[in-house]
Structures are given as C-alpha cells and as structure tokens.
Design a protein around this ligand. Structure first.
Ligand code: C2E
Ligand code: CA
Ligand code: CA
Ligand code: CA
Length: 278
C-alpha cells in the first residue's frame, strides 16, 4: 500500500477491491440461481416449553452455489433486494414453505405453523397479498398455518404497512414481528398493528442469564406483549441457563440451538417423533 499522511484518502485499497469482485461474482451467479434450482429451505423448530411440543417452524433460505459454495442469506439477500431478484426469490420461498407444510400435514404430522421471512421490498409489493392468496389456493394450505415475519424497520410507512397487515390479518394469516428490540418502531404501533407474535431478537436473549440489562429489556418486552395479548417467541436460545431465565419471565415459546438447529425437510418427521417421545 502507498505511504499516506494522516488524513489523506486512500483511493486504491486491495480490501475494497476484493469486496467489489466478490459482490460482482455474487450478483452474476445469483441471477441464475433460481432457474438452476440452487436454493434450499431449512427449517428450525419453535417449541412450547411448557407442553414440550413443536408449535411451528421457521423457514430459512440457503444458497448452494456450485461456484461460490454455500452463501449465507445475510450476504445474498441484500444483493437480491438491490437487484430486484428478491421478488422472484421471495415468491419461491413462500411457495416452497407452504407446499412443504402441506406435505407434512398430508403425512399425518401435527399441524403447525410455518414462518416465512419477508424482505422489505416484498412487503411493499402491491401484488403480495394476491400472490399469497394464490399460493395458499394452489398448495391447499389453510392460512392459519402460514406466518409472515416482518421487522420493525419495514413499518416506516405506517399507513401502507397497516393496510397490508390488515389484509394479511383478514386473510387469516399469522403475523410476527421479527428481531424485536433492535429497530426503532414506536411501541404504540404494536397496539395498532395486527401482530400475533413478537420475536425477541437473539442479541438480547443470548446472554440473558449473565447480562442484567438484557434481562431487564427482555422482561419488559414480555410484560408489554402479555398486556397487548401478543405471543412472545424468544430467539437464539442456546443454553439451559438462558432458558431458565426466560421461563421465570413466563416466556413459553422459544427457538434456538438448544431445541434444534435449522434442518433439511427430510429431517423434520424425525424431529416431531423425538418431541412425541419425550
Ligand atoms: P432471522 O430471521 O433473525 O433468523 C434467525 C437466524 O438465527 C438464522 O440465521 C438462524 O439460523 C439463526 N439461529 C437460530 N437459532 C440460533 C441460535 O440458537 N444461535 C445462533 N447463534 N443463531 C441461531 P440464518 O439462517 O443465517 O438467517 C440469517 C438471516 O437471513 C435471517 O435472520 C433473516 O433475516 C434472513 N433470511 C433467512 N431466510 C430468509 C428468507 O427466506 N427471506 C428473507 N427475506 N430473509 C431471510
Ligand atoms: Ca426471522
Ligand atoms: Ca430474528
Ligand atoms: Ca435477524
């Protein structure tokens, strides 16, 4: 690298160059990923710890690229959003998740909800409600078994968000507020939006047994949700100590490595069987 004085801007950086190349490669291959069938959905159980039973699964997308290996959604979803590819990828996720849930029901497995992550662009797509209605019709999945996860940052346009959420609610779908606590949505919106589930972000849950500040925040969220009659799901539960604190706070629904990592569809019947045995 060049010798530069204190505050001078460095125009050429090998690091930035590498990032640009990676980004170009990702975009190039992402454009073909859907037609080449390179996406996979993994499913992570959501567990009611009182009854010790599965109440739902969250679908989490993976991209297995022959050229780039497995790419995290944290890396490719933002690119999909910038390029507009998110519309077709997002539609594929909803189709796949609904068809899969219906398939499990047809196998005679207990009926549970299937949560799908929506991206902001998808959420503000005017044809989304109709698209979901079509997918439910084609797959035969009843609406109460599809749960849509949105984040606080997606509700910035309050009027449009409210209209869409009301439509979801009227269709009989479940709505979950994801990553709760990390955004800046006003708590008063919680009362106005038809939200059925609040997912407490894993950054607060993870160290709850050793971090009194996070414990206080989580306890407050749980109390708030209870008063608003919204169900709480704690994410990122990795150990018994954190689970114990959550149970002391009367949080009954949890998701995290302690109860199961995201798995492929073929492993789900065995997960149901395991919970039925316990
Ligand atoms: P998210 O919606 O907050 O999903 C939870 C993430 O935490 C998942 O990461 C999951 O594998 C991980 N996780 C679950 N339990 C634990 C735990 O106990 N410990 C730890 N350390 N991690 C845990 P993943 O699958 O890599 O997904 C990352 C993010 O990518 C998701 O965060 C979501 O924002 C986004 N994403 C995933 N699938 C989709 C999708 O189909 N569409 C859209 N738009 N976004 C998606
Ligand atoms: Ca989520
Ligand atoms: Ca989350
Ligand atoms: Ca997240």
């Amino acid at each position: 690298a060049k010798e530069l004085g204190g505050n001078q801007v460095q125009f050429f950086s090998p690091h930035i160059y590498a990032k640009t190349v990676r980004r170009m490669m990702l975009e190039k291959h992402l454009r073909k990923a859907l037609e080449k069938n390179e996406f996979v959905l993994m499913y992570q159980p959501q567990v009611n710890v009182i009854a010790n039973e599965i109440v739902g699964f969250e679908s989490l997308i993976r991209w297995d690229s022959p050229q780039l290996g497995r790419v995290s959604p944290l890396e490719f979803i933002p690119i999909a959003e910038e390029t507009g590819l998110i519309y077709s990828i997002g539609k594929w996720v909803i189709e796949k998740a609904c068809a899969q849930n219906k398939h499990w029901q047809n196998l005679g497995l207990p009926k549970v909800s299937m949560a799908v992550n929506l991206s902001s662009k998808q959420f503000y797509d005017r044809s989304l409600c109709e698209q979901i209605a079509n997918i439910l019709q084609v797959t035969g999945l009843e609406p109460q078994y599809l749960e849509l996860e949105i984040t606080e940052s997606m509700t910035m346009d309050v009027q449009v968000a409210l209209a869409t959420l009301n439509s979801f609610n009227n269709m009989g779908l479940q709505i979950a507020m994801d990553d709760f606590g990390t955004g800046y949505s006003s708590l008063s919106y919680l009362k106005e939006f038809p939200i059925h589930h609040l997912k407490i972000d894993q950054s607060f849950v993870k160290d709850i047994s050793v971090n009194p500040t996070h414990a206080a925040i989580v306890n407050t969220i749980i109390t708030l949700a209870r008063n608003l009659k919204i169900n709480v799901i704690a994410e990122g539960v990795e150990n018994e100590a954190d689970l114990k604190v959550l149970q002391d706070f009367q949080c009954d629904t949890v998701q995290g490595y302690l109860f199961g990592r995201p798995v492929g569809a073929s492993e789900v019947p065995e997960i149901f069987a395991k919970f039925a045995r316990e």
